[in-house]
Write a protein that binds this ligand. Structure first.
Ligand code: ADP
Length: 191
């Protein structure tokens, strides 16, 4: 089973991905987490990525794609959940190519839909309540992350709609309600 969780920053992709991991024994592939790990390990890649992430811009495709290729090739899992990837059309096309080579196929793209105004207030709360907030969680950078989302990431919607893989979930409800709806969609795969 291969699923993409897609949605704006602060939509709750990470939380929902975690729930799917537990429920369906999938391997989570979060490019944001992988990049933050590289920064924490002070690797060369982390150094390159940090300033880009702190501005809310996209890290270059070749960096992201080689991380993904590495994960897919060095894993004995057959089920994956992508969270935060793909983030533009080039990444979406490259993913299709990689899956084809590995004889895997995408089952479902789940879009968690949340309005911008609510995202901004969620992130403001996250900053207020957390002592170790992410360095890209502040209002100015969030606005740029949202801008990048609308400019680049949303462009992958028509791509997956055409392939009849995309379903939309209303993300402006409780975590429980959102995850129930996601489970219904996942259980429907192949039906
Ligand atoms: P969010 O979705 O809340 O913005 P992420 O953890 O998914 O958080 O991403 C944080 C940052 O990491 C992004 O703003 C971007 O700079 C970088 N990043 C993560 N995934 C990708 C990707 N697939 N392509 C390019 N940049 C990425």
């Amino acid at each position: 089973m291969i699923i993409i969780l897609f949605g704006p920053p602060g939509a709750g992709k990470g939380t929902q991905a975690q729930r799917l991991v537990e429920r369906y024994r999938l391997k989570q592939i979060s490019t944001g987490d992988m990049l933050r790990d590289s920064i924490a390990n002070e690797s060369e890649l982390g150094r390159k990525a940090k300033s880009i992430m702190d501005r809310g811009e996209l890290v270059p495709d070749e960096i992201i794609l080689s991380m993904i290729r590495d994960k897919l090739e060095n894993s004995d899992y057959k089920g994956f959940i992508f969270d935060g990837f793909p983030r533009n059309l080039e990444q979406a096309e490259a993913l299709d190519e990689m899956l084809l080579q590995l004889n895997l196929s995408l089952d479902l793209v789940i879009e968690i839909v949340v309005e911008d105004q609510l995202l901004i207030s969620r992130i403001q709360n996250r900053v207020r309540e957390s002592k170790n907030a992410r360095s890209d969680d502040n209002e100015e950078v969030l606005k740029n992350r949202l801008h990048v989302y609308h400019q680049s990431t949303e462009m992958i919607k028509p791509y997956y709609l055409k392939k009849k893989k995309l379903v939309e979930i209303d993300g402006m409800r409780s975590i429980e309600k959102v995850s129930n709806d996601i489970e219904i969609q996942v259980n429907n795969i192949g039906a």
